[in-house]
Design a binder for this molecule. Structure first.
Ligand code: FMN
Length: 207
């Protein structure tokens, strides 16, 4: 079944997840040959992009040659840096979408940098990052979140409200439900609430 993210038509719902060390341009090329709907790159540091870090930019080499719709996923905690990185990546690689990582729990991203899933603890900042990035680029922006920071803080609906408010209508978002927070009944309720409030496509992973 085809669906749209902004103006981009995704021909079906078999899509390639962002995976650090896996979803490289070479891997995406293989997925493209296997008819994937679209792909999201592994997470890329916005700070490193803005600083022109050669190693980071090399991770994306060849991504511009892919024909299927591709998003580059960025992570960071500073709205201005995230916006600058998003614009630079769109200009450099002519990619069709930017994906903001608000789901990564690894200490290097979440604890050291206050990025990734740490943003779920600060909905105001999460919203600010979305606003900055959406204003910086003309391509659709997606946001990947978790259902919450941990079992005691399942706040995906609140985050989605901030994302919706700050991202305006052209912002779709994707939701990742982390395995550690799967408790069948609340997750079902959470999804119902999210679906009710969504004005954009919702991709649910890790069910
Ligand atoms: C090795 C590995 C690396 C991952 N790296 C990222 C990443 O860079 N960004 C991200 O948003 N999610 C990342 N994820 C999460 C996946 O995108 C996906 O949401 C998760 O694996 C759940 O989907 P599944 O049930 O199909 O495995 C990673 C997962 C794995 C297994």
């Amino acid at each position: 079944m085809s669906f749209k993210i902004g103006d981009i038509v995704i021909k079906h719902n078999i899509v390639v997840a962002p995976m650090a060390g896996v979803t490289t341009p070479e891997y995406m090329k293989i997925c493209e040959a296997m008819d994937a709907g679209y792909a999201v790159s592994e997470l890329i540091s916005a700070e490193a992009v803005v600083r022109n870090n050669e190693k980071t930019l090399n991770m994306l080499k060849g991504i511009e040659k892919l024909k299927m719709p591709v998003a580059i996923q960025i992570f960071g905690a500073n709205p201005t840096t995230m916006a600058k990185a998003a614009r630079k990546l769109v200009d450099l690689y002519h990619i069709k979408m930017i994906d903001i990582n608000m789901g990564c729990p690894v200490p290097k991203v979440a604890l050291k940098n206050g990025a990734g899933s740490a943003l779920l603890r600060d909905p105001e900042k999460a919203g600010e990052i979305v606003r900055s990035v959406v204003q910086a680029v003309t391509v659709p922006v997606t946001v990947k979140i978790r259902s919450g920071w941990d079992n005691e803080h399942i706040n995906a609906v609140l985050i989605a409200k901030y994302v919706k408010k700050r991202g305006r209508k052209r912002l779709p978002f994707t939701l990742e439900l982390a395995l550690k927070v799967i408790v069948v009944k609340p997750i079902g309720k959470l999804l119902k609430k999210l679906l009710k409030m969504c004005i954009f496509p919702l991709l649910v992973m890790a069910m």
